[in-house]
Design a protein. Structure first.
Length: 226
């Protein structure tokens, strides 16, 4: 067992592990230690730039959910875009659950959105569901606010998948888009441009959102499909 693995096992929390196992049912229970996310982020900061961290990042696949989480949090701290992207591309094939996927958002991507978009376009057509989900998450994080790009809506609408965790992210994306770019997003529902499940899940999430007004919610409820 490496020093980093020993530190992760020292953070073991069986009660939290049981909780995580219920939230992430696609993982095998024995791979979950139950270390809490703030503790993993703290450890990542302590290890940043160390030889131990570099050695740890070279080892894939990892054995536990927490090792994957720590790996993601270490990558978030890389400040050079090309290096961070290369390491992200290397890591994505090993991301095997929604929690690791959604907690991972490299800070340097914000300064390189045009270059990021080229990678996102490739991720969205991947055969790996969590790579697709990560791509949708990056569109949601970087292209629905001050750098809003209508193409982001089109890209997500064109994804065809039977994977629950892909389509749930698509619904989350469109519900968020309704909250941030309502007028640009509404036609995707009015014109029935999403599959039925994602369409209705988008409306459900939007109606549950505090960021969308009562009048808009009333209009969305009428658009629900049978």
């Amino acid at each position: 067992m490496t020093e980093i693995q020993e530190r992760l096992f020292a953070l073991r929390d069986e009660k939290n592990a049981a909780f995580v196992a219920r939230l992430v049912p696609t993982l095998e229970r024995q791979t979950i230690l139950g270390a809490r996310t703030p503790a993993l982020r703290k450890l990542a900061k302590e290890l940043r730039g160390s030889d131990a961290a570099e050695a740890f990042l070279r080892v894939l696949p990892h054995e536990t959910f927490e090792e994957n989480g720590l790996h993601a949090f270490l990558l978030e701290q890389i400040r050079d875009f090309d290096h961070c992207m290369a390491e992200t591309e290397r890591f994505l094939p090993y991301v095997d659950n929604w929690a690791t996927c959604d907690s991972f958002s490299p800070k340097v991507f914000k300064k390189h959105r045009p270059e990021l978009l080229e990678h996102i376009r490739r991720w969205l057509v991947s055969e790996r569901p969590y790579t697709v989900r990560f791509g949708v998450g990056m569109l949601m994080a970087h292209f629905l606010d001050e750098d809003f790009m209508p193409e982001a809506l089109e890209l997500v609408s064109l994804i065809e998948s039977k994977e629950y965790y892909v389509n749930m992210m698509r619904a989350w994306f469109f519900a968020t888009a309704l909250a941030k770019q309502y007028e640009a997003t509404l036609p995707y529902l009015e014109e029935g441009r999403l599959d039925c499940w994602t369409h209705n899940k988008t409306i459900q999430k939007a109606v549950e959102s505090y960021r969308i007004g009562a009048e808009q919610k009333a209009k969305l409820r009428v658009l629900k499909r049978k």
